[in-house]
Design a protein around this ligand. Structure first.
Ligand SMILES: [Cu+2]
Length: 487
């Protein structure tokens, strides 16, 4: 007995020692995604008839533009994003009847870290009249769907009526760059109207690199048409969602951060030698993005914004609708680095921006803006050249040259159709001409009673347009085309 006991005890001891030894030698690394350690516990969402007042967005974890605030270290993030209906400008002169989170499109970016508790609340304020706005879209139900959360959609992502408030909380378990959006049917229409944004969840230990700059870029499409009721915003036509085209994915604009060529006029700033970290989210709702930066290579790309999904040395990042990435690049030397959706049809609709690492001359900047456009013949007279550039940035949304009607007429041959006098008066004040001039009135009828908005042009600018139009009309037939601009 004793001996047997002794033997079995020694065997047991030996086994334990062996086991321990094996453990200390090849101790399996803890899985950072150990689901048994994740927090899925959330109380039921609370819906009340109390209405938030005051700011439409609040919380120290929110950033309101492409420049991102550093992470707020507090483990609880209290966030409010109320929904509003408001007119947003998406391109020069294009005022769109949008729906928002936090009163802006895209909504503010939320920044958190794995393990943080998000305490979210939202009032549906779609029934409130916005200051300075003559009208808004009819109030309606809205909801919030966080791709960063793991919760019951039937509970947390419920639609609430105007005047109601929903509150819920959750813990973020995975690092990434996650979309949030309204999930109320027709979801497509709610997203296409502007109800989306990004939530950045940093890894628990932060990122493995040190970036000098961090920027958020949200890509999305707009599907617009002039308001059938012909309502106006500050004298300019109102645009509304094109319910047919949005279903066919025929977009009018594809843009970064909510505005046609927006980051050309307001470039992201960097310096030569710096590491720039771009947080990318392609909202869609229906298009794929091939994000590329002209003049550099992505040192690292973390698909979905998670450093565990790493690629090195990439030229382009392919993002389907609601996919995201963090792309880091080194700015090699002074210059302007052009960000484009390399699906060039999307770039030509406005998905273009700049990382400015150096000084740009205004003329060069104009060239850069039209990087998306094919090279065309150029006049030699500098005034006509400027007229051409102005035309491409201000008029191409509604006009073409030699490519047929858009919202307004094809302007090829316009100097043969109209006298300089007429054109000058028209460009100075289309609204006056529409009242007093018979030809202008006929034209308006032909163009579905959509009046051309006053472009606020100076006499000098008008002269340059005329010089450009005259140059166009002296070129051999069929040689001059404007690029395919927006719309
Ligand atoms: Cu909605």
């Amino acid at each position: 007995m004793k001996i047997q006991n002794h033997i079995s005890r020694t065997l047991l001891l030996g086994a334990v020692v062996l086991l321990l030894g094996a453990c200390s030698k090849e101790k399996p690394k803890a899985d950072p995604y150990d689901t048994s350690k994740m927090d899925f516990k959330t109380p039921p969402a609370k819906v009340t008839n109390e209405r938030h007042t005051g700011p439409f967005a609040s919380g120290s974890a929110l950033s309101y533009g492409p420049e991102l605030k550093p992470l707020d270290p507090s483990p609880v993030k209290t966030i409010r994003l109320d929904t509003t209906h408001k007119i947003i400008e998406i391109a020069p002169g294009v005022n769109f009847s949008g729906w928002t989170f936090g009163d802006q499109v895209p909504g503010p970016t939320i920044r958190a870290r794995v393990g943080d508790r998000i305490k979210f609340s939202m009032t549906n304020r779609s029934d409130e009249v916005m200051p300075g706005v003559q009208f808004t879209a009819a109030p309606m139900m809205h909801s919030m769907d966080f791709h960063a959360a793991m919760v019951s959609p039937q509970d947390k992502y419920r639609s609430i009526a105007p005047g109601q408030t929903i509150e819920f909380e959750f813990t973020v378990n995975y690092p990434g760059v996650f979309m949030f959006h309204c999930g109320t049917p027709m979801i497509l229409e709610h997203i296409a109207s502007g109800m989306y944004g990004a939530m950045i969840v940093e890894p628990k230990e932060g990122y493995p690199t040190k970036a000098d700059r961090e920027y958020m870029i949200v890509q999305s499409e707009f599907y617009v048409k002039p308001d059938p009721q012909q309502r106006k915003v500050n004298g300019q036509p109102l645009y509304v969602l094109d319910g047919e085209n949005v279903k066919k994915a025929i977009s009018s604009y594809t843009v970064f951060n909510g505005y046609l060529n927006g980051m050309v006029k307001k470039p992201l700033i960097a310096k030569p030698g710096e590491r720039v970290r771009l947080f990318l989210l392609n909202v869609g709702p229906s298009k794929t993005s091939s994000f590329h930066v002209v003049g550099t290579i992505f040192d690292r790309v973390w698909m979905e914004g998670n450093p565990d999904n790493q690629f090195r040395g990439m030229q382009t990042v392919l993002l389907g609708s609601s996919n995201s990435a963090i792309a880091e690049l080194i700015v090699p030397e002074a210059g302007q680095y052009i960000m484009v959706d390399h699906h060039f049809a999307n770039a030509s609709q406005g998905a273009i921006g700049l990382i400015d690492a150096g000084t740009v001359k205004p003329a060069e900047k104009n060239d850069l803006e039209h990087h998306n456009m094919p090279a065309t013949a150029t006049p030699s007279d500098p005034a006509a050249v400027q007229g051409k550039l102005d035309f491409e940035s201000k008029c191409l949304a509604c006009h073409s040259i030699g490519r047929g009607k858009k919202l307004g007429p094809d302007l090829l041959g316009v100097t043969k159709l109209r006298s300089d006098e007429w054109l000058k008066k028209w460009l100075k004040s289309p609204e006056q001409m529409l009242q007093s001039d018979a030809d202008a009135k006929t034209l308006l009828k032909e163009y579905n009673n959509i009046p051309m908005p006053n472009q606020n042009l100076s006499d000098a600018e008008i002269d340059r347009y005329l010089k450009y139009f005259h140059w166009v009309d002296t070129q051999p037939a069929g040689t001059i085309h404007s690029a395919d601009g927006a719309h």
